[in-house]
Design a protein around this ligand. Structure first.
Ligand code: GLA
Length: 704
């Protein structure tokens, strides 16, 4: 970036490293209808509308996407920013009330101050640099230095102008049970935008986007990522302007958002995690996997091997008592499973999904014992114990709602919008956060619990808080997520060893914000391994497999009815945080033996999978009949290759892949087949698979 003669902070370049002054890239020209700031009125070649901005203002002649919109005391909507100074410091400060990328030893911070002197507003642009992971983390802090309250209507975390080039965008859309499907297309002229107004990062549009060259592939070419570290309403916008320049703006979704900023107050945006790679999309993914594994996941969980769990949901749904759960635990113990998770249905009046949310008291009548007794007996078997919560929700049919109807988000003059028959609690209220904290603590204090599954099972509507005045209702969506973060923070401060797995009807809140608190997130309610290939592959563009909850479930699968071998189900779930979600009493002896072997394999490869380098080896468009991926250890002496057939053909070609990330000169042994290869042959000549026919068959190869 550079400050020009008018004091405007121009964005010069972002890409492959260079130490050069890149200001030669800026060209000035008089484009009709792109006007000139008053101070430069004699220079028609100077226009905010044609120059790349580091953080774009609004209403003052740059007609492209604004990064910030503010209504000042006199009703004006203009924001005109000029450079006012910078400082560079070692390390970084945390954000207040928001998750952030934790400092590494090499982190440095640049703070650039921009000022609108007419409204006396300062915007500090924060840049935290992570050289090892090749990541720049951006956010903005807006401070009102005037004597009048202003209203912020948009506050982006990052704005990046790409002066030249034609780009494709890749975004991750989806739905419940089919999250993070990647879609790539050439950015058209005009505005393209993605985002969520559901009060959650959502199944439908993940807060991660990639901009890449038209010819970028998995392993070659330039790509840029922008990941918002935020779990609420978010927006990713692109504009290709009159001259073919591209602007990216990302931050809190401005629709329905406003924030009253009184004199001397400051507003901080969430962080946007930016990265560039010249090594294709796999290269970009590696940067995100590294930063998430090293600087976002809590240190407590970075190296810890996650327990192999069995979850009661698809095993029993709401139909259980303690005896049944103990039978599951017994069978699980015999198969070397390490933790039992009791899912939905253990509290209040909760025998189906119509009632009980909010009443976090144990239903001892249903269980037939106390939760402590159940947990103790599970621990006596040598298993850990986990419990499901959905803290931010309430059913109308609950004691909590009957005593505190004003605690639910709802418009006072309308019927509420229901989903799964539930309402959403007003997490912007401190009394709601405090209630949930004490309700959860009373269970966590009285029962030995190592793990909590934190669910969130509807999109929010009726963003209306009974605790805020009319003028502040635009703050509810953001205050909601701040309340959720506060509750997570309080619980983790009190129970530092508690593992919280995020969840939202599967992967509806799979984002870097939740990952700051939750080292793993249930990736999807779709446990069909063939569908999971796409879901986990799509998720892998931004997020490491060590964060993706993945379970072996029953066959035929409960969501799709598809029958798939236990072997393939195991291979797919192993590329995630491994577990089981099926009724162990229905397993044959042979299946139980196979599961024991799967768990042995999981332990054998767990570190390679969790800490190794991950490569997508196939693209669905090139190889529609199979999906392959691999892990390479950090020292590159060990690799695990997985291939799953998604369509078996009579007399078909051999599935074939080129391996990645090996050392070309080294000899790699393929133990299973007593063969050896050079790294070069496996990477340049590739490897073809000879499979015995059968639906959805799979192979796993371990090279050392
Ligand atoms: C959501 C979760 C499931 C399960 C159910 C329980 O759908 O994603 O795993 O916990 O809620 O109601």
């Amino acid at each position: 970036m550079g400050v020009d003669n008018a004091g405007v902070l121009l964005h010069l370049y972002y890409g492959r490293k260079t130490d050069a002054d890149m200001s030669y890239l800026i060209r000035y020209t008089d484009r009709g209808f792109s006007g000139n700031p008053y101070a430069l009125r004699t220079n028609r070649g100077y226009s905010l509308d044609t120059l790349p901005q580091e953080y774009s203002g609004s209403g003052v002649g740059d007609y492209r996407l604004p990064a910030v919109q503010v209504v000042s005391g006199n009703g004006s909507r203009s924001v005109d920013l000029r450079y006012a100074g910078f400082r560079i410091t070692k390390g970084r400060e945390p954000l207040q009330g928001l998750p952030f990328v934790r400092a590494s030893e090499k982190t440095e911070t640049l703070v650039v101050t921009l000022r609108d002197s007419a409204i006396d507003l300062d915007i500090q642009l924060l840049y935290h640099v992570y050289p090892d992971e090749d990541v720049i983390v951006r956010s903005a802090r807006i401070t009102n230095n005037s004597s009048k309250t202003v209203m912020i209507e948009k506050a982006a975390s990052a704005c990046v102008d790409f002066l030249y080039g034609n780009y494709d965008v890749i975004h991750f859309h989806g739905r419940h049970c089919m999250e993070r499907m990647q879609e790539r297309f050439a950015l058209p002229r005009g505005i393209t935008s993605f985002g969520s107004r559901r009060g959650m990062s959502s199944h439908h549009s993940n807060p991660f986007v990639i901009l890449c060259d038209r010819h970028t592939t998995e392993n070659t070419g330039d790509s840029y990522g922008c990941m918002l570290m935020y779990s609420g309403n978010h927006h990713e916008e692109f504009e290709v302007d009159q001259a073919g320049s591209t602007r990216l703006v990302s931050g809190i979704h401005p629709d329905g958002f406003s924030w009253m900023l009184a004199p001397e107050e400051a507003f901080e945006t969430p962080e946007a995690i930016l990265s560039f790679s010249a090594d294709g999309l796999n290269g970009l993914s590696r940067h995100y996997h590294d930063i998430i594994r090293k600087q976002i996941i809590a240190p407590r969980w970075q190296q810890a091997r996650r327990p192999v769990l069995i979850n009661s949901w698809e095993a029993a749904y709401f139909d259980f008592d303690a005896q049944k759960i103990l039978r599951f635990a017994n069978a699980a113990r015999d198969m070397d499973i390490e933790m039992l998770v009791l899912d939905d249905g253990w509290f209040g009046k909760r025998n189906d999904d119509n009632s009980g949310l909010g009443d976090w008291t144990v239903n001892e009548h249903k269980l037939g014992c106390t939760m402590k007794e159940l947990s103790d007996r599970i621990h006596d078997l040598g298993l850990k114990f986990g419990l499901w919560f959905e803290p931010e929700m309430v059913n109308e049919d609950s004691d909590l709602f009957r005593s505190h109807p004003e605690w639910a988000l709802r418009d006072p003059d309308r019927e509420p919008m229901l989903a799964r028959n539930q309402l959403v609690l007003d997490m912007s209220r401190q009394d709601v956060v405090d209630y949930l904290f004490s309700a959860m603590c009373s269970i966590l204090d009285s029962t030995r619990i190592e793990y909590v599954k934190w669910d969130f099972n509807r999109s929010i509507a009726n963003f209306y808080s009974h605790a805020l005045p009319a003028s502040r209702q635009g703050e509810v969506a953001h205050r909601f997520i701040l309340g959720t973060y506060q509750l997570l923070e309080k619980l983790l401060s009190r129970y530092p060893d508690l593992m919280i797995e995020g969840c939202s009807g599967g992967g509806g809140r799979f984002d870097a914000g939740m990952l700051y608190y939750c080292p793993q997130i249930w990736c999807s309610d779709d446990t069909d391994p063939i569908e999971r290939l796409e879901i986990q592959r799509g998720t892998s563009y931004g997020y490491p497999v060590s964060t993706m909850g993945a379970h072996v479930s029953a066959s035929p699968n409960h969501q799709t009815g598809r029958a798939v071998s236990l072997h393939t189900r195991g291979i797919v779930a192993q590329s995630g945080t491994f577990g089981y979600e099926l009724n162990p009493e229905k397993l044959s002896d042979a299946e139980k033996e196979e599961i024991k072997k799967q768990i042995r394999d999981y332990h054998r490869y767990a570190d390679l999978i969790a800490h190794g380098t991950y490569y997508r080896l196939t693209e669905p468009s090139d190889t529609p009949d199979y999906c392959a991926w691999m892990f390479v250890s950090q020292d590159r002496t060990e690799a695990l290759v997985n291939l799953v057939m998604t369509h078996v053909r009579a007399n078909g070609p051999f599935p074939f892949v080129k391996l990645q990330g090996l050392l070309p000169e080294r000899i790699y042994h393929l133990q299973e087949q007593s063969q050896q290869f050079t790294g070069a042959s496996l990477m340049y000549g590739g490897y073809s698979f000879q499979l015995s026919p059968g639906d959805y068959c799979s192979v796993q190869l371990h090279f050392t």
